[in-house]
Design a binder for this molecule. Structure first.
Ligand code: HEC
Length: 207
């Protein structure tokens, strides 16, 4: 009888030991959770970091002019090409056939593809306010306008073919960050097709 009690007690101790080991492993998991966000304290902070190193502000944030050149206008962070900006007078036909032109704030681009305008990435309804996370993944991975599968392909210079190699978690972190910034109302103009050989720029602009 004594032996039986001793054996049961040993089994109990063994179970307690195994259980404590399991909960230790559990604890470790909780402690290393930070690395789920690329080593940053939150998904939003990780997204902010990815936006910084991804250079998104270079094209998507309007600039203020300083004697040293253009600097991002923080009050309009990531709000895209300003709808208020006057149209630039330029010989599109020549530019589109021979080279590239870009406004000093890097938000309007003229090239063989026509004219493209950096998108509003703020959580206003004129930006990504109505987007689901899945739209954002489709836009970045497949280069689709508004993140809709059947939409047109995004024009240069949006470097989505580089960004598509980001992991799902990285793209989701960027989306979480963009949803957390100040919404800015700004309806970016629609892209323009290239001026074709038999049309004058004025005729194409009327379209
Ligand atoms: C070299 C300039 C450039 C850089 C850098 C850039 N973009 Fe873009 N992006 C553009 C342009 C221009 C468009 C608009 C293209 C079009 O309408 O066809 C665009 C469009 C987009 C769109 C689609 C918006 C819509 O309404 O469909 C998303 C999303 C986007 N960019 C996210 C990003 C993110 C995130 C980064 C940084 C990781 C980034 N972009 C960096 C120029 C750039």
């Amino acid at each position: 009888m004594k032996i039986k009690v001793f054996i049961s007690f040993s089994i109990l101790l063994f179970c307690v030991f195994i259980f404590s080991q399991c909960s230790e492993t559990g604890k470790e998991k909780v402690e290393t959770k930070k690395s789920d966000f690329g080593g940053f304290e939150s998904q939003v902070k990780w997204g902010e970091h990815l936006v910084t190193i991804g250079g998104c502000n270079d094209c998507h944030t309007p600039k203020k002019m300083t004697p040293q050149g253009p600097v991002p206008d923080e009050s309009l962070l990531l709000s895209g090409h300003s709808a208020q900006m006057p149209k630039i007078e330029i010989d599109r036909k020549e530019i589109e056939s021979k080279g590239l032109a870009v406004t000093q704030d890097l938000t309007e681009w003229i090239g063989p593809w026509g004219v493209s305008y950096s998108a509003n990435l703020t959580p206003d309804e004129t930006g990504i306010g109505n987007w689901q996370e899945s739209n954002f993944i489709t836009a970045v991975r497949e280069g689709k306008y508004k993140g809709m599968k059947n939409a047109r392909t995004l024009l240069p210079p949006m470097p989505w073919e580089m960004f598509k190699s980001m992991s799902d978690d990285e793209i989701k972190a960027i989306f979480a960050y963009l949803k957390s910034i100040k919404p800015v109302k700004n309806l970016v103009p629609a892209v323009l097709p290239p001026v074709s050989a038999n049309q004058t720029p004025a005729e194409t602009d009327k379209k």
